[in-house]
Structures are given as structure tokens and as C-alpha cells.
Design a protein around this ligand. Structure first.
Ligand code: COA
Ligand code: ZN
Length: 474
């Protein structure tokens, strides 16, 4: 186990709360349909997240509808995760959420002085009584309650302790510590959770880390090291502004650092692609775990390293998340990479040829990705051999023929062999009886050949395959 913000605790106990449907829909430009939300919820559940924050029902009718349907999927046993409805510390919001009978209502309230003064226009004392009143009001509806201390990382510590105590005493079994503007550091976050656990026992902590300074993952892990038991994540890191901790990063980091596998890692890419499509927010190629380049190597030294042992340049094998490694070829490439790629393509070249091929590649700085076709073209240039799959110059086709059951196949084959365009006739075993190799100049001629075959006595049916490319040695 490798801890990032202090000595490692004896055990790490942690799960994921996915908030793609709530925080994720707060991403500018994102609005999921109800159907899309149901599909995402099911995919998240297959992945195995412990909790799904399904939405804030008071926000809009379609949000209400989606939470309602997700709750009923849970009731019907289609989903196992705990379903959470979000709510302000407001009676009406709580009533609307409670109507849907989710497993839990999460009530949030800003607890830093800046939030209290400018947003809520409430004193610290007034806020404590609102929190107490609203948490117990929600509890009266027979649901579990999480209290979210919004902007907790900018709140006065002793006041935050009072807030957490108040929420706990009013019936919240979980408190989320929100780093609302992404301002925490890992050491601060770990200490904060450790102190809160000591000062307010009897409550479990969530961490909700925003990514404004790119610290969301590190702060979430540090919170877990401090004893938080749920990390809030979204698929692809969606959320307000720069988003929050992403599901893919949290899941792989928990595995790599602490050996904890909280979700089915091989299903992450699938969920990410689904949310990429529905959110319209593209995954950057250099995104860890899910980006196109996450397991693609380029520099010659790196590729030589991974060819000898992938661990030289990979923190974990791509197979862990259901992916495969690759490498690109361009001016940064060395001989070992080119040789390995050519071997994969079934081509072997001598040492001198290899050197020349690499020189040619390096003399073409404008190539961004050298495709296999381009590489083979260079090899042809250097070696004088013909290697490439080429489109045939004429139209070539393989026509499979099935004969009537009462005919003598060889007599049909003989008659077929004299048809114009037919180059070769093979009698074969299997579903079909005869295969013809046909070469003609135009589609009209091919059509004529097929018509000719079909009109022959004894031919029951034909099946034509056009040749697109051919490996030719001449
Ligand atoms: N608990 C209680 N009240 C809160 C609150 C909280 N945690 N956070 C903000 N408020 C209050 C503000 O003080 C303000 O009240 P005011 O009108 O008395 O000043 C109000 O909520 C927010 O202003 P506004 O958005 O203009 O109010 P609204 O009544 O028109 O709409 C929502 C309220 C919640 C329906 C609307 O803002 C919305 O759809 N929000 C999307 C969800 C959201 O904001 N989530 C934040 C998650 S961190
Ligand atoms: Zn948030």
C-alpha cells in the first residue's frame, strides 16, 4: 500500500458515490434525457458503484421524473446501489425528494463564513438550527440522511465540528465534506477528516472534491487515508466548472495505491464512452485510463523498453481496465519499434534495411501517424520488395455455387470453367459445392458472368464476394 498524504492506515475501507446524474448534469452544456439517465444508472450499477446520486428532484420536472424512475428500478431489483436524492436545506425541496422514497436524501448547506454571509445571509447560529431542523424533518420521512457541509474546507474548524455534531445529532449517519472550490491540499484534507472523526465520532464521512486546481483525485485519496469511506465521483469528471474527481481515476488509483477494487475496472471504458456520447463532452486523448493515448507509447526508447518489459513505462497493465497497449511510429521511433511492428505485419528485414527504413521515417517530419500502409510503402522503397495489400486492378470476385442435389457436381464445374471471366474452378466441401475465381473489367461484365452461372442447369444458388485488397508477391 502506498499512501499519499501520510503514513498508511491499517485498512482502507471505501466505496464510490457516482453523481454523474446530479453534479454531472451541472456541467455547462450538459442535459441528459430521462431515458439516458436510466441507461447511465444501469451502467453504473453494473460497474458496481455503491451509491448513485440520481438528482435534485425540486430542480425541474424531468429531473423529478428521472429520480422517480431510478427509485422504482431500485425497488424492482434492477439496481442494487443506494439511490440518493439531493435537496437544499428547505422544507419544500425535502418534501419533493421524500415523495419519491429514495434510500437517502442528501441535504446541503454552505458552512463557510463567505457562504453564510453572502449566499444564505444567516449567522452561524441560525445556520445550525436550520441544519438541525431540516435533517430531522427529512428523517421524519423515514429515509437515511446525509448532510453535505458545502464549502467545508473554507469553514472555521471549530464551527465545522459544531455543524457535523448538529447534523449527526439530528439523524444524519453520513456527512459529506465538500471542497467546493477545490482549494484543499492532500495533507490538509487528510488532517481535516482525521480530526473530524476524532472530534465527532458516530458518523461516516464522504469526500466531495472539486477539481479547480487539478487536486480532486489527490484530495479524495487523502480523505480516504484520513478515514472517509465514500468518494464522490462523476463519469469523465463532469461537474460544475472544472468538475469533480473522475470515476476512472478514483477507481484505478484505489486499486494501484491501496489494492482496493471498488468497481469492475474492465467496465469503466464502456461507461465513459456512454456518458461521452450523452453529455457531448469529448474525452481528451491524453485522459488517464479512458483516453485514446492512455496506453499508446511513442518515443523509441520507451517502445524499446516496453518491448523488453511493459512495466518499464506502464504503472499497471492496460488489461486491468480491459484495454491493450500500442505504439505509434514517426520521427521519434527507433529500430526496435519498427522491427517489432514489421514482424507483426509478417515482414522481416535485415539490419541494414532496418537502419535505412528508420532513416527514411525520420526524414519525413510532417508525418503525425505512420499507418501500417505507409510503413510498408517505405519498406518497399528501401528493399525493392512488393509487400502491400493493393486494390486489384481489375474486378476480382469469388463466386460460391451450390448445385441442385440431384446433379453431378463435376459436370457443372466443367461447364462453369468455360464461361468467359472464369479463371479457376474449385470443387469444395462444406455448405457450397464449387468456388469460382472470376476476373473481369467492369461491374456489367461481372453481372453477366453471374447471370450466366445462375442460368446453368444444375446451379441452385450463388454467393458472390468481391475482392477488395490482395497481398501479392509480384
Ligand atoms: N439550502 C437552502 N437554501 C439555499 C441553499 C441551501 N443549501 N443554497 C441556496 N439556497 C437559497 C439561496 O439563499 C437563494 O435563496 P433566496 O432566493 O432567498 O436568496 C436560493 O436558494 C437560490 O437562488 P435561486 O436559484 O434564484 O432560487 P430559486 O428558488 O429560483 O431556485 C433552485 C432554486 C434550487 C430550484 C434552482 O436554483 C435550481 O434549479 N438549482 C439547481 C440545483 C443547484 O443549484 N444545486 C446546487 C448543488 S451544490
Ligand atoms: Zn459539487
Amino acid at each position: 500500500m502506498r499512501c499519499i498524504a501520510g503514513p498508511c492506515p491499517e485498512t482502507i475501507r471505501v466505496g464510490l458515490l457516482d453523481s454523474t446524474l446530479r453534479e454531472g448534469e451541472q456541467t455547462p452544456g450538459v442535459s441528459f434525457t430521462v431515458e439516458q439517465k436510466l441507461e447511465i444508472a444501469k451502467a453504473l450499477d453494473r460497474l458496481g458503484v455503491q451509491m448513485i446520486e440520481a438528482g435534485h428532484p425540486a430542480v425541474a420536472p424531468d429531473v423529478y421524473e428521472a429520480v422517480k424512475k431510478i427509485v422504482s428500478m431500485k425497488r424492482d431489483g434492477e439496481i442494487k446501489a443506494e439511490i440518493i436524492a439531493h435537496s437544499r436545506a428547505d422544507r419544500r425541496d425535502i418534501e419533493i425528494a421524500a415523495e419519491l422514497e429514495p434510500d437517502r436524501i442528501a441535504i446541503f448547506y454552505g458552512v463557510s463564513d463567505i457562504h453564510l454571509k453572502y449566499k444564505h445571509r444567516k449567522s452561524r447560529e441560525e445556520a445550525l438550527s436550520i441544519i438541525a431542523e431540516m435533517v430531522s424533518f427529512a428523517k421524519e420521512h423515514g429515509v437515511k440522511v446525509r448532510f453535505t457541509a458545502e464549502d467545508a474546507t473554507r469553514a472555521d474548524y471549530s464551527y465545522l465540528v459544531e455543524v457535523v455534531r448538529t447534523a449527526r445529532d439530528a439523524g444524519a449517519d453520513r456527512v459529506s465534506i465538500a471542497d467546493t472550490v477545490g482549494i484543499a491540499t492532500p495533507v490538509f484534507m487528510r488532517n481535516l477528516i482525521e480530526r473530524l472523526r476524532r472530534d465527532v465520532p458516530g458518523v461516516e464521512f464522504d469526500v466531495h472534491a472539486h477539481n479547480d486546481l487539478g487536486m480532486a483525485l489527490a484530495n479524495s485519496l487523502a480523505a480516504v487515508e484520513g478515514g472517509a469511506t465514500i468518494i464522490h465521483v462523476t463519469v469523465n469528471g463532469l461537474g460544475e466548472r472544472a468538475g469533480i474527481t473522475s470515476l476512472h481515476e478514483a477507481a484505478i488509483a484505489l486499486k494501484v495505491f491501496y489494492g482496493v477494487e471498488v468497481v469492475d475496472l474492465t467496465k469503466i471504458v464502456e461507461v465513459s464512452r456512454l456518458v461521452e456520447r450523452y453529455s457531448g463532452i469529448a474525452i481528451p486523448p491524453n485522459e488517464p485510463v479512458i483516453g485514446d493515448n492512455a496506453f499508446t507509447h511513442k518515443a523509441g526508447v520507451h517502445v524499446a523498453g516496453i518491448l523488453a518489459n511493459p512495466a518499464t513505462y506502464e504503472p499497471y497493465p492496460p488489461e486491468l481496465v480491459g484495454r491493450t497497449r500500442d505504439y505509434t511510429i514517426d520521427k521519434y521511433t527507433g529500430k526496435k519499434a519498427v522491427k517489432a511492428r514489421l514482424e507483426k505485419l509478417g515482414v522481416s528485414v535485415g539490419e541494414e534495411e532496418l537502419k535505412k527504413i528508420v532513416e527514411v521515417i525520420k526524414s519525413r517530419p510532417n508525418i503525425r501517424y505512420l499507418r501500417d500502409e505507409d510503413l510498408l510503402e517505405i519498406v518497399e522503397e528501401v528493399t525493392g520488395r512488393k509487400l502491400r495489400l493493393r486494390p486489384p486492378e481489375s474486378i476480382e470476385a469469388l463466386i460460391m455455387v451450390k448445385c441442385e442435389s440431384n446433379t453431378y457436381t463435376t459436370s457443372v464445374a466443367r461447364r462453369l470453367s468455360v464461361l468467359p471471366g472464369v479463371k479457376e474452378v474449385l470443387e469444395v466441401t462444406g455448405e457450397k459445392d464449387i468456388v469460382l475465381k472470376v476476373e473481369v473489367s467492369t461491374p456489367i461484365e461481372l453481372n453477366q458472368v453471374i447471370e450466366g452461372i445462375r442460368s446453368l442447369r444444375g446451379v441452385k444458388e450463388t454467393y458472390t464476394m468481391l475482392v477488395l485488397k490482395k497481398l501479392s508477391n509480384s
